[in-house]
Design a protein around this ligand. Sequence first.
Ligand SMILES: C[S@@+](CC[C@H](N)C(=O)[O-])C[C@H]1O[C@@H](n2cnc3c(N)ncnc32)[C@H](O)[C@@H]1O
Length: 287
Amino acid sequence: MISIKDLLNLFFQELNGIYPKKEIEAIFFRLIDYWYNINKIDLILHPNFTIDETKLLNALQRLKKNEPWQYIIGQTNFYGLQFGVNPFVLIPRPETEELVEWIIKDNKYKNQLEILDIGTGSGAIAVSLADNLRFATVSAIDFSENALKTAKINADKNKVSINFIKQDILEDFNCNKLFDIIVSNPPYVRNSEKKLMHKNVLDFEPSSALFVSDDDPLIFYDKIIDFYKQNTRTGGLLYLEINEFLKNDLEKLLFEKNIEKYQFRKDIFDKWRMLKIIKNDNGSILS
Ligand SMILES: C[S@@+](CC[C@H](N)C(=O)[O-])C[C@H]1O[C@@H](n2cnc3c(N)ncnc32)[C@H](O)[C@@H]1O
């Protein structure tokens, strides 16, 4: 048994140089909250309170190898909901919460919607939309069997019903359905950008969820926009998370595809991270 205060100091000492001090503290409290239901106030009030250190020492070793804490506890929070995560799925990011927020704000007063999430991973987008737009029917695609299993568990845990479909979206396919909203956070990080990324992403998160070749970085956007054109109703909306460095290339792609009615949006860090496309009355896409 060891006191919480000593354990925190050990975390600072051992993880120094791997994570900033503030992040070490945040991770430490996330872990002790999850395993022992102890929070920061408990530490202030009872600094000498002792706990069995086994789990935390094991976690410390894994953190030292850059494993994300979310995979260590197998959980994360997204849009106020709990999601199980594992190395088969990307850890959902705060910028994706902003995309979800945009969709909910735009569509919360409608009363019937068919939504499709392409590349669902943990199910973060599909589940949070189904939870917040209760009148919507939500489907979700991924080509990874293991991701779909994880997403199904997350849908059940959050008590929403989603129609999961195993499909490679780079292959031609037909859903035999018309959607009102399609959303996707597809792979969009160019291989050349790997050098800008942290080891905890590169070594642990699924590369098939993240990376695209530098020769064809918009491959998913190209396919998804074509699919959207064919499989949405009039007024159909397409929401996409985007690579901040590829906005100009995307604008070019939209021009080539005769898409005129669209809106890019920045995230809270002032980076271009979202795109919405709107389909007009006659099925074509005009401003
Ligand atoms: C960036 S992750 C997004 C995960 C989740 N939607 C989120 O926002 O956290 C991209 C997802 O697309 C899936 N994916 C990659 N290539 C695919 C393909 N060719 N067909 C279908 N899904 C694919 C990956 O398995 C991964 O789950």
